[in-house]
Design a protein around this ligand. Structure first.
Ligand code: KG4
Ligand code: ZN
Length: 343
C-alpha cells in the first residue's frame, strides 16, 4: 500500500510517499518546504503568513514528488492539532486531490504522526507484535506529554505540561539570549560546548507523584539568572544553555522512565521536534538501558514536522477496517481522526 502524506499544521509544508510492502515501511520520496526563514524576522510563526506560504508551496512540492493517481492508494492529511489557518490549506488540498484521484482519505492527528515516526523504515509487522505496551514521551513545540500506548491507536494520557511545552521553553530561552528562531537547535548547539553544572536551575515537578511537567518556572529562573549578571560572554551563554538543557532533560527522562516502570512498559518511544535533541536521546537511551526497558528513537530526519510520519500513521489507519479504528470515546477525543472523515 502506498500512502501520500501531507503535513501543513504549522510552518513546514511537507509531502511524502510511504510504501508498506510485506509489512516493511519505506519512504519513497519526501519534499519539505520550510518557512523558518520567513518567520525568523518576527521571532515566531505568523499564522497568516504561514497559510499563504502553504498555498504557494503545496502544488510546487507535489509537482516535485511527481505522482499520478496510479502511484497512490490512499491519502493521509494532518487534521490537527495545529494552526487552524495552516491546517485548512492542507486539508482542502488533500480533499481536492482525493476527489480528483478517487482515493480514500484519512485525517491524521499530528501527535499520532510524531509517534508513528518511530515505525518509519522498519519491519512494522514485527515491531507491532513485540513493542507494546509502550510509554511515549511526546516533546514538541506545542506539546509535552507522557502517553501510555497499549497498541497503535490505543492511548492513555498519563501526564502533560501544566504550562509551556518543552520545545516552547527552548524557543523562549533562545529568544532571551538572542540566539534566533527556532531556538531548540540553537540552544542545544550552544549547550554542547557549555558546562551544565555552572548555573543552578530548578528541576520543576521532578519529585511530584505524577507524570505532569512544568517549564515556566525553569524559564523564569533562566530569565532571573540573565538579569543577575551584567555582562554575558560567549562562554557564559554556552554554560547557561547547557545548564538549562540539563535541567529540562533531567525531568523529562526521570518521569518517562518512572512511567515505564509504573506501567510495566516493554518499550519507551520518543516523539516530536525535541526528540532531535542529542542530550535527550542519549540520556533517555542510557536510563532505559539501566532499567531494562527498550528505547526506540525516531530517525533524526523524522523528528521535526514532516509528511512521512503522517503517511505512516495514515497507512495504519487506512489499512484497518472502520470498526477497529477507535475502541473508546477517549481514543477518538485524544488522538483519532474525526470519525466523520472516514464515512
Ligand atoms: O514537532 P515540531 O517540529 O513542531 C511542533 O509540532 O511543535 O517541534 C518543534 C520544536 C521547536 O520548539 C524546536 O525548537 C524544537 O522542536 N527542537 C528542538 C531541537 N530541534 C527542534 N529542541 C531542542 N533541541 C533540538 N535539537
Ligand atoms: Zn510537530
Amino acid at each position: 500500500m502506498r500512502t501520500l502524506g501531507i503535513e501543513t499544521s504549522c510552518d513546514e509544508t511537507s509531502v511524502a510517499l510511504l510504501e508498506m510492502k510485506g509489512g516493511v515501511s519505506a519512504v519513497r520520496g519526501q519534499f519539505t518546504a520550510s518557512q523558518v526563514l520567513d518567520h525568523a524576522e518576527y521571532g515566531g510563526v505568523v499564522p497568516e503568513v504561514a497559510a499563504r506560504l502553504h498555498v504557494q508551496a503545496l502544488p510546487a512540492i507535489m509537482r516535485r514528488l511527481g505522482l499520478g493517481s496510479k502511484d497512490v492508494d490512499g491519502i493521509a492529511i494532518t487534521r490537527g492539532p495545529g494552526l487552524i489557518t495552516s491546517l485548512r490549506v492542507g486539508v482542502d488540498f488533500a480533499r481536492g486531490l482525493a476527489w480528483a484521484w478517487k482515493k480514500p482519505i484519512v485525517g491524521v492527528n499530528h501527535i499520532e504522526g510524531h509517534i508513528a515516526a518511530n515505525f518509519i523504515g522498519s519491519d512494522v509487522r514485527r515491531q507491532m507484535s513485540d513493542v507494546f505496551p509502550a510509554v511515549v514521551l511526546v516533546v514538541s513545540g506545542g506539546h509535552t506529554e507522557i502517553i501510555f500506548m497499549k497498541n497503535f491507536g490505543r492511548y492513555e494520557r498519563l501526564g502533560s505540561t501544566l504550562d509551556d511545552a518543552a520545545g516552547e521553553a527552548f524557543d523562549k530561552v533562545a529568544k532571551m539570549l538572542d540566539l534566533g528562531y527556532p531556538g531548540g537547535p540553537a540552544v542545544s548547539e550552544r549547550a554542547e560546548k557549555g558546562d551544565p553544572e555552572r548555573f543552578i536551575l530548578p528541576r520543576p515537578m521532578l519529585s511530584a507523584p505524577n507524570f505532569d511537567f512544568s517549564f515556566s518556572g525553569l524559564k523564569t529562573a533562566v530569565l532571573y539568572t540573565i538579569q543577575r549578571k551584567e555582562k554575558w560572554n560567549a562562554r557564559d551563554i554556552d554554560d547557561l544553555c547547557a545548564s538549562f538543557q540539563k535541567a529540562s532533560v533531567d525531568v523529562l527522562v526521570a518521569k518517562t522512565v518512572r512511567a515505564a516502570h509504573a506501567k510495566k512498559a516493554r518499550t519507551v518511544f520518543l516523539a516530536g521536534g525535541v526528540a532531535a535533541n542529542k542530550m535527550l536521546r542519549e540520556r533517555l537511551a542510557a536510563e532505559c538501558q539501566m532499567s531494562d526497558v527498550r528505547c526506540r528513537l525516531p530517525d533524526l530526519q523524522y523528528c521535526t514536522d514532516n509528511a512521512a510520519m503522517i503517511a505512516m500513521a495514515g497507512s495504519f489507519r487506512l489499512a484497518r477496517p472502520l470498526s477497529s479504528r477507535a475502541k473508546s470515546r477517549d481514543d477518538w477525543k485524544m488522538l483519532a481522526p474525526d470519525p466523520n472523515w472516514e464515512l
